[in-house]
Ligand binder design. Structure first.
Ligand code: NAD
Length: 328
């Protein structure tokens, strides 16, 4: 991850977790391991350490857990000369990362990512945060890890649906410059996605502009998740969102039919959904589009086009609805 003065390594591959010691910041004395009971991944930081477990799911990703972690660390005597190591999926790395960002005004953190979604996305790039009852990820900080480990061996124990969830985020990278993604081995594919995200984040760490392309497929994806009762995992919602973005881009004359077909091929190759749930209410989705956190001064979609994927303002309701119709 190229960042001025704060570049860090992301190790990807089978067994990478066994190289934790070599990526820990030099001179640290102790390690606070943060994980969940359900995660069957053991790591050895090679120094004095203690394990702190947090709860499961989005409910555990809250300020209460951050307070619990910080209080437990304070009682243990964690200092800035020590390090937090988050071992888990996005819930663990987001929560432990945010707690590390605010505890003692910032202690180093290393992410050992254990889900496919985490490895290609959540653990990379320094966005940390937790949910409020009012909405997801509303409190957070940019806090870059000192290193990230993506051990592809640990993905073997992931539930099939969690794996597919990660493939939805992975599919996105096929349109952000990762060539022949579906032909790559798992290790190569994770590494290629990480390299792509690292390049984008390195060019725009705080999302002043370009980093927004990482939200490709997310405008409809988020709307489907917020609209609720559709039983879609994040990656599945993003997969539908990728096909929607392509249908929309074609209607705006930005891409041709063949490029739309390519979106459907890539999403289909991961056996991900590409149609709207049957009972979806188009008017509700349109209302949700304009409430998206990234919607500044109109509905901003990230769309493919002659210059590649970029943010585009779309205000034509009829076109938005027509593209939704193509996903029936
Ligand atoms: N910070 C970012 O840039 C960023 C980007 C994308 C997503 N996210 C966040 O990531 C979160 C979702 O992350 P997730 O999809 O990894 O979900 P998750 O962390 O909830 O993990 C999914 C489930 O898999 C289990 N699990 C994890 N690793 C396992 C393993 N190796 N074997 C068996 N089970 C394992 C977990 O215990 C959990 O029950 C969301 O909160 C989202 O907001 C953050």
């Amino acid at each position: 991850m190229p960042l001025e003065g704060r570049s860090y390594r992301v190790l990807v591959g089978a067994g990478a977790r066994h190289r934790l010691v070599e990526v820990l910041p030099t001179g640290i004395e102790r390690v606070a391991l943060v994980t969940q009971d359900s995660i069957p991944v053991a790591v050895d930081p090679g120094v004095e350490h203690r394990t702190f477990t947090i709860g499961e799911g989005e409910e555990a990703k809250d300020l209460g857990t951050v307070e619990d972690l910080c209080r437990d660390w304070a009682r243990w005597g964690l200092t800035r000369g020590d390090c937090v190591v988050a071992v888990g999926g996005g819930v663990v790395t987001d929560t432990a990362g945010f707690a590390a960002a605010v505890y003692h005004r910032g202690v180093p953190v290393v992410h050992v990512s254990t889900t496919l979604l985490g490895q290609v996305d959540a653990a990379i790039g320094g966005k940390t945060g937790v949910n409020l009852p009012e909405g997801k990820n509303l409190v957070g900080a940019f806090w870059q890890p000192a290193a990230v480990i993506c051990d592809t061996d640990v993905l073997a124990t992931l539930a099939p649906r969690e794996y597919r969830n990660g493939q939805g985020e992975m599919a996105k990278y096929a349109f952000l410059g990762v060539d022949r993604l579906a032909d790559l081995s798992l290790d190569e594919a994770v590494a290629a996605c990480v390299a792509c995200k690292a390049e984008v984040v390195g060019s725009d760490e705080r999302e002043g502009g370009r980093r927004a392309i990482l939200n490709y497929g997310h405008t409809l994806g988020h709307a489907l998740e917020t609209a609720g009762s559709y039983d879609l995992r994040h990656g599945e919602a993003v997969a539908i969102g990728l096909v929607y973005a392509a249908e929309l881009a074609r209607r705006l004359g930005r891409i041709d039919d063949e490029r739309v077909a390519e979106h459907r091929r890539v999403v289909g190759s991961y056996d991900l959904p590409m149609n709207l749930p049957p009972d979806v209410e188009p008017g509700e989705l349109l209302a949700l589009f304009s409430r998206d956190k990234k919607a500044v001064g109109g509905i901003t979609f990230v769309l493919d086009g002659p210059r590649g994927v970029e943010p585009v303002k779309v205000n034509d309701r009829a076109v938005l609805l027509d593209a939704l119709d193509a996903l029936r």
